[in-house]
Design a protein around this ligand. Sequence first.
Ligand code: FAD
Ligand code: MLT
Ligand code: ZN
Length: 485
Amino acid sequence: GSVASAVVQRNPNFSTINNDDLIYFEKILGAKKVIQDHEELETANTDWMHKYKGSSKLMLQPENTRELSQILEYCNSRRLAIVPQGGNTGLVGGSVPVFDEVIISTRRMNNIISFDQVSGVLVCEAGCILENLISFLDKKGFIMPLDLGAKGSCQIGGNISTNAGGLRLVRYGSLHGTVLGLEAVLANGSVIDMLGTLRKDNTGYDLKHLFIGSEGSLGIITKVSILTPPKLSSVNIAFLACEDYISCQKLLFQAKRRLGEILSAFEFLDSQAMNLVLHHLDGVRNPLPSSIYNFYVLIETTGSKESNDKATLEAFLLHAMESGLVSDGALAQDFSQASSFWHIREGIPEALMKAGAVYKYDLSLPVEKMYDLVEEIRTRVGTAANVVGYGHLGDGNLHLNVSAPQYDDAILSQIEPFVYEWTSRHRGSISAEHGLGLMKAEKIYYSKSSETVQLMASIKKLLDPNGILNPYKVIPSSLDVHMKS
Ligand code: FAD
Ligand code: MLT
Ligand code: ZN
């Protein structure tokens, strides 16, 4: 691997694939689910950002829990390391191998199992693509409680494994609240059925939570049960401009009060992010072209009273403009305009990709301090890179991105460890929603106490005694008991 191999070494306790292994996998799966094709492997070895690259020679695509269980039981007995892979849209190098780990793709496990119209509980396989679930539910008059720019490729199993946040967390909460049940397969192949559909169940430890956000390090999620909200008739979106960051904060404070229960998204981007999108994505127009503003805020409301909700948002905007918090604004007049507003916000990661190399930081910080960090990093890197700030302001989640023509250690040394120390000092989190993956496994102590990390390592050892599940990720190598022979 490129960036990766510089920091970790292959664990010599792991076996390498031999011919008998291939014969066994073909016997249990059939040849078409055992992938050795160079091109397909090249894609699966490379992450979305083209930053992390493994060298796996084998990808398996089981079709159901039984096949997956057989694969894991075998890999465990042979000490073959594996990496679970969903849509491969992860941003921390967690979804691709570091060395020659076997890639286990969930793409063929994509059936919807059941949907309950009364409770709104959807049960499906882990490989369902998020956008397909959104379309399925739309026809039934429901929505998914999460939405994100990667919806066309990411899978619900990957979303749950990263505990993805996304654009509507401010309204529907985290997956720890909406996921009601899971089925997962452990390293030794045992299938753990926690696929409940109940809202309330206090029978002892709620172990499904261990799998939500554990990035494939404790087991592979095969089925999920998730509570979906009804689709409400009235959705309104405003795209606003603010002159300074303090106005964005005040706007959030006001939105929480004046829009209250209908607020469904509160996102922000700075002028650097806006410029990237306008420059790199086709067909994007600035909704507020009359001037260049320092900050843009996207506010969405979702409710059930069409005329009331729109009037509420209009009154909110009027008040914000009169009080000087907002310098300019546009309210989407139809569905296509609403989509174009969202396209600007959701298109930032893609625009950053097109601009060159990108150092991505995904931080939870106190809202009032958040943008100070962007400015400090801007000062530190000077003209060598473009520093961009955007994110889920309503959740206190900053996406700080440093965009450069290519990866450059001189730039990196201006960012790290400064960015982590700063975050730690403000009692923030070094990963709000993307996870630790390979990128931040060694940085975990900036956000967690050593006792907590020690307990994580003990749980890992209990569930995956040979350490075959997504090695080199999440847990720092000094605590990876499997690295010691
Ligand atoms: P992958 O990338 O394939 O895997 C992610 C991790 O989960 C890996 O560690 C992998 O090993 C593990 N994994 C995958 N499937 C399973 C499984 N079934 N069982 C166990 N482990 C598994 N994230 C946010 O939180 N909010 C956002 O708004 C957001 N927007 C994004 C926008 C874009 C354009 C992109 C490219 C990414 C975005 N992300 C966002 C990152 C986010 O982590 C992913 O998009 C998504 O949650 C990952 O799903 P995936 O199926 O692609 O998983
Ligand atoms: C987003 O909010 O756009 C995603 O988390 C992706 C990113 O941060 O680049
Ligand atoms: Zn995000």
